[in-house]
Ligand binder design. Structure first.
Ligand SMILES: Cc1cc2nc3c(=O)[nH]c(=O)nc-3n(C[C@H](O)[C@H](O)[C@H](O)COP(=O)(O)O)c2cc1C
Length: 169
């Protein structure tokens, strides 16, 4: 798949087949994520693949109402940003980590996988953070859901180029 097609056709999927994504494939996605642009080459991104015990801890922290949503995807990856340096570096590292998370989603799509960038509230709580081992110096960025797609997804409406871009004098 060429880059433009991948960018246009990647969609957020919320339903997946049950088989987890193989470790070899995940390693390929993380290897690609390393190529995200980052100022001063701080490599701020971290990825944690959620195993069965971590999933149980996360579900316990989420509580009975939110826990079932954590079972939607067969493979969950916590993407976080290591915060260091001054405020400018922290901001830039956070943006760079978002680029890295997007690479994971785009490269997964390029491999025929489905993905979902989710930011569940539990990962903003001390209990949820502890469940997946996020350190005090890490900022939660995304709980990336990965798996094989069950259905095609329609593209949501996007703002037109005229609404988002301007050519300055
Ligand atoms: C920073 C960020 C956080 C997101 N968090 C959520 C979320 O918690 N729940 C959700 O349903 N979608 C979440 N999304 C996915 C967007 O809703 C989705 O990308 C948008 O609807 C456009 O759909 P598409 O990805 O298929 O183009 C998030 C996306 C980003 C970039």
């Amino acid at each position: 798949m060429d880059v433009e097609t991948a960018i246009r056709t990647r969609r957020t999927h919320k339903a997946f087949k049950r088989e987890p994504v193989e470790r070899e494939t995940l390693d390929e996605l993380f290897e690609l994520a390393r190529w995200a642009p980052n100022h001063n080459l701080t490599n701020p991104w971290r990825f944690r693949v959620v195993g069965p015990a971590a999933l149980e801890r996360l579900k316990a922290a989420a509580g009975p109402e939110a826990a079932p949503k954590l079972d939607r995807a067969p493979t969950l990856v916590v993407c976080s940003c290591v915060a260091s340096g001054d405020d400018v570096q922290r901001e830039e590292d956070l943006l760079a980590t978002a680029c890295a998370a997007y690479i994971v989603l785009l490269a997964a799509h390029g491999r025929g996988l489905a993905g979902y960038w989710r930011t569940p509230g539990v990962l903003r709580t001390p209990g949820g953070r502890a469940a997946v081992g996020l350190g005090d110096d890490e900022r939660f960025v995304s709980l990336i859901h990965l798996g094989r797609p069950i259905q095609d997804k329609q593209a949501p409406e996007r703002a037109g180029v005229g609404e988002i871009a301007a050519y300055l004098d």
